[in-house]
Design a protein around this ligand. Sequence first.
Ligand SMILES: Cc1cc2nc3c(=O)[nH]c(=O)nc-3n(C[C@H](O)[C@H](O)[C@H](O)COP(=O)(O)OP(=O)(O)OC[C@H]3O[C@@H](n4cnc5c(N)ncnc54)[C@H](O)[C@@H]3O)c2cc1C
Length: 437
Amino acid sequence: MTRSAAVVGGGISGLASAYRMARLGHRVTLFEGEDFLGGLGTTFPYRGGHLERFYHCIMPTDHALIGFIRDIGLEDDLLWRQTRMGFMYRRQVYPLNTVMDLLRFSPLSLTERLRMGLLGLRARAVGEADSLDDITAADWVRETVGERAFEVLWKPLLSAKIGDHYPALPALWLSSRMNRDKGARIEVKGCLVGGYRSLIDAIERRLREQGVRIRLGTRIDAITRDGEGMAVTPAGDGRERFEVVVSTLPLTLFQRATRDLGLDPRLAGLELDYQGVVSGVFLLRRPLSRYYWMPWVDSGATSQGAIEMSNLVPLERSRGLYVTYLVNYTHRDGELFSMPDAELLAAYRHDLESLFPGAGDGIEDQFVFRAPFVEPIWTVGYRQLRPPTSVLPGKLYLASTAQVYPRVNSWNSCIEVVNEMMRELAAETAPFPVEVG
Ligand SMILES: Cc1cc2nc3c(=O)[nH]c(=O)nc-3n(C[C@H](O)[C@H](O)[C@H](O)COP(=O)(O)OP(=O)(O)OC[C@H]3O[C@@H](n4cnc5c(N)ncnc54)[C@H](O)[C@@H]3O)c2cc1C
């Protein structure tokens, strides 16, 4: 039965939700607060093309995302390449890709290196066991690799993803992440020949073909009840009535918009903070290294490491220049997050010059981007706290990064959550009872 539906948020969760709902035959309106679609995966124009604001890659195990790309008709544009990871410790770079690399990793003793290998085996053996949800990743890792190896290697790796909130992370999240990256002997990552812009644009075209109304620059302030149905209130505008609302906002923003709905306190009062990110994008005339990703530790830098995108993405997309991201995962209330652009870029430029002598002369262009709600700061026991996708059955649904746990926060995990949400929505809005499979 056709319903009128609002989808709030135009990142990948909102785009995939709108696409799936329109295919079910619902009349969909998509509300996005910014003037562009794509959320954290969005891009900026560069020399007649587009580059991602934040580094993004696709993993061979991202089956839900790859399936979605196939649906949209861009599968032939997927490009897979071998990538490598380097690890900078006290300004010296070590490759860290194979068992042999680990065995040669001289900052650790041989016993410590062997214990590091043991951690990988342990993660594979326990998989996503519930018991891992009850202990912190830091304790779990320390117990296997020892205190020093934790300090030298693991603590920097954890904080490179979540900043100073790493002590809160559950072991389940880490094990899930280690198992996502495992498998193939050669590390392979994927990208789209035309970048994320080509995917976002193709989804937008498909949405418009399906009759989805897209309202850009329309920030939703409130989601409320309206008689038997629901309503959304855009900032500075009147309420609009819908039968179904799907929110894809980060949890904090969803809780704010639904504050008058009297939702279950386990959802309305769930405390899930988010780590933000600041990122410098440098267009360089020469590459820094052959590594895709290189965290740096004890090397006197402001940034936590570099992602050399051009070791994955063809150079033609950046007009022959090497695209390099320097990042810090940092809270939106932190000093670094509010540092003026010029100061931040100067600090990042200093990192480049001091860690890669001569790199400063090769900088052609530089940009800075920030995002306040990126990585949910998971805490021990989150599996029990994870919000449901069906909030008010038949009326209000949630598909957001707050539900990807224990999977990593990625476009693939977001699409998996949307698929879970859609199964419930389809069953609960069906004209006759349907069992959710
Ligand atoms: C530095 C960085 C690196 C990453 N690397 C990868 C990677 O390599 N691979 C990968 O798959 N993923 C990666 N990710 C994660 C990925 O970007 C996220 O998992 C994904 O984009 C989340 O999508 P979303 O739609 O749930 O949220 P978002 O992208 O945050 O979208 C939410 C949308 O809602 C809009 N909005 C907010 N408030 C309102 C409102 N009140 N009304 C209307 N609209 C509103 C926002 O403007 C936004 O467009 C990375 C993220 C970052 C920041």
